[in-house]
Design a protein around this ligand. Sequence first.
Ligand SMILES: [Zn+2]
Length: 241
Amino acid sequence: MATGEIELIYCRRCSRKTNHSVLCKAREEADPDDGIWSRTHYLAQCAGCETYCYATATETEDTYDHGLDRMVPEWDVYPTPEGEQKPLDNYFLFPIRVRAIYLEVVKSINSDLLLLAAIGLRALIEAICKQQGVSARNLKVLIDGLTDRGVLSTKQSKVLHRLRFMGNKVAHEISRPRRDEVLAALVVAESMLRVIYIVPHLSKGIRTGGRKTDKGRDTAVKSKCAKRCGQPSQPNEQQQP
Ligand SMILES: [Zn+2]
């Protein structure tokens, strides 16, 4: 059944990247407007402990390594290793700088590099503020600026203000934070990222207007499915008013 291909994939039982025998794979070309160039899906088995996994390798404009002169795809493995933070599904919608910092924060947390994660979270909030046109002399005032704009709720801004590493005037004053503090800041930062970059994108696909619209959407979906499967759409669907 195996394809004979070997890929280096993280094994949740071995707790490290190991050679995996690829049992089957499928490559999916994506819409470049979404920021994703391609995604390859794998069903694979660890060559050491024989644990199975489903994994995806995603290529985006950020995954080209100019030093190596080749693509180095971003791997996601399922089931997610216990305790590991997964980046938000739609992170490719974030501006490049925000996306780069966000992904490094998640990687730092997963590598237990909490001091770097805390500094990254500060940089992430600053990058979001800059992109939103909020400027201030320190992080406390930036957070208040986001609250004034409705990007953060008052409760969320209180969470950030309570975190010691957010309260430090400059990044080099920070000592290693607790994991729960870093995770709290990540939750708040991700809610901001959803509000600013993901919700507006999702809302573009929503049509309102009641039954008629729902019916039209159902017909459009069925026609799209039929087209993909190489079948003609049902004539009675097209003739409906
Ligand atoms: Zn293994």
